[in-house]
Ligand binder design. Structure first.
Ligand SMILES: Cc1cc2nc3c(=O)[nH]c(=O)nc-3n(C[C@H](O)[C@H](O)[C@H](O)COP(=O)(O)OP(=O)(O)OC[C@H]3O[C@@H](n4cnc5c(N)ncnc54)[C@H](O)[C@@H]3O)c2cc1C
Length: 408
């Protein structure tokens, strides 16, 4: 800390805006690299309000070791077609995803950062950020008081409504999905498998879900904005509860909470500027196939952190230094784009008739085996490509896919 006349200036190597799972995990990894880190969180506590179905894949969970935050473990999914074809995928001996208490998970990530040496300021948000004398200088409102902080590198991990993304004019993600979810008790479903519902009336272009959550279930919908017409996600949720095929499962459901949030799917063209980098949802990293953002956010951190730590120590953080550091993101961008193209071909661009036809093919025993063998919630592209290659009935899609993948 430096005192200039009467002004106190706090000095850190790195300031992270946002104490979500990505900001927390980033804070831990950078602190473990012996950097001094300040994390800013605008709320009075970490992990609230939460807007998430709480699915954390085993890979992402293993990066944190926060297994005590798990509410249930899921090995399979019951996929429901628009006309009522049901398909069970998964095997009881292969864990596909954990379902966590998001508040405990976020708190755990931030606690790990603090145990590694990071400082957390709650009720704190930046009001300005600019480079002055080779440092990023931030004005911060902390508990109603103005503070000045200088750092070598500023990281924006401030989520889908990112202030840092807007402040540095980084552009917008390619797609902004809308997600809506309610917490209910009394849903008639499994406690080890997800239910997924498709069709224009409940989830145009994507799917609705029921996720076991310990004692209760999380019922949600997410939709492609281009396919919503005049409907809101609440309308789709109501349609799901009253659906002629599935409505009976919700007959005894009692809602205890509901929330709605955006899901940014499309890595920004550029995620860096001089002394500035974006992470997680703020960078547009959610998966176009599931909306999951925690796993990709963690992958980004581990992909870039070794080079970031070196660059901060050497104070080499010019625009071109950060461009070089961000080069490995090209593969993440390509994978995200391929996943979107395959999702569009199999689901998003299909009307209910085409979706039903795809389900009839998915339901063949040899295709179910292929899905169980290659399917990975974390990496959907290999499965999509194998379906196109190995399932003759998908040849009509394969021609379109080849073209889209080549030109996309
Ligand atoms: C309905 C729904 C269901 C979802 N389900 C899943 C799922 O099952 N699995 C999954 O992986 N993902 C899911 N997601 C996406 C997931 O919630 C996000 O990808 C994830 O939270 C991203 O983490 P993050 O740390 O980048 O951002 P966030 O979790 O949004 O954290 C950002 C933090 O920054 C803080 N902040 C924001 N602005 C400022 C500011 N100016 N100053 C200080 N602090 C600030 C916020 O308060 C927040 O704490 C879902 C999203 C929705 C909407």
């Amino acid at each position: 800390m430096v005192t200039l006349s009467l002004m106190v200036v706090h000095e850190y190597d790195v300031v992270i805006v946002g104490a979500g799972p990505v900001g927390g995990h980033l804070g831990r990894i950078l602190s473990e690299g012996d950097l001094s880190v300040l994390i800013l969180e605008e709320h009075l506590e970490v992990g609230k309000p939460f807007q998430c179905a709480g699915l954390v894949t085993p890979g992402a969970m293993n990066r944190t070791g926060l297994h005590h935050t798990v509410l249930s473990d899921v090995w399979g999914a019951r996929l429901n077609s628009p006309n009522g074809t049901t398909l069970l995928i998964g095997q009881p001996d292969i864990l596909r995803t954990h379902v966590v208490c998001r508040k405990s998970f976020d708190e755990g990530c931030v606690r790990q950062a603090m145990e590694a040496g990071a400082t957390l300021w709650l009720d704190s948000r930046p009001t300005s950020a600019e480079i002055i004398d080779h440092r990023m200088e931030l004005n911060i409102t902390r508990e109603g008081e103005s503070q000045t902080v200088r750092c070598r590198l500023l990281c924006g991990a401030d989520g889908a409504h990112s202030w840092t993304q807007r402040h540095f004019r980084m552009g917008r993600p390619k797609e902004f999905m809308v997600g809506f979810q309610a917490e209910v008790s009394g849903y008639d479903g499994s406690d080890v498998c997800l239910d997924m519902f498709t069709g224009d009336s409940v989830a145009p272009g994507l799917f609705a879900w029921a996720i076991p959550n310990g004692e209760t279930h999380r019922i949600g919908v997410w939709a492609h904005p281009d396919r919503l017409d005049d409907r809101s996600c609440e309308h789709l949720y109501e349609a799901l509860l009253e659906h002629p095929l599935w409505g009976n499962r919700f007959e005894n459901a009692k809602e205890t909470a509901r929330f709605c949030g955006p899901i940014p799917c499309g890595l920004l063209k550029k995620i860096h500027k001089e002394r500035f980098l974006l992470f997680g949802d703020a960078a547009g990293l959610c998966k176009p196939t599931t909306g999951g953002g925690i796993g990709p956010g963690f992958d980004q951190i581990h992909l870039l952190a070794p080079a970031i730590i070196k660059a901060v120590r050497a104070d080499k953080l010019s625009e071109s230094d950060l461009k070089r550091i961000c080069k490995p993101m090209a593969k993440m961008r390509k994978d995200q784009e391929r996943a979107r193209i395959l999702r569009d071909l199999f689901v998003t661009s299909c009307d209910d008739e085409e979706l039903e036809a795809n389900f009839q093919i998915f339901a063949k025993p040899e295709v179910v085996s292929l899905i169980n063998e290659v399917g990975d919630i974390e990496k959907p592209v290999p499965l999509g490509l194998r379906l196109l290659k190995d399932v003759p009935q998908f040849r009509r899609i394969a021609v379109k896919a080849t073209w889209a993948l080549l030109t996309g």
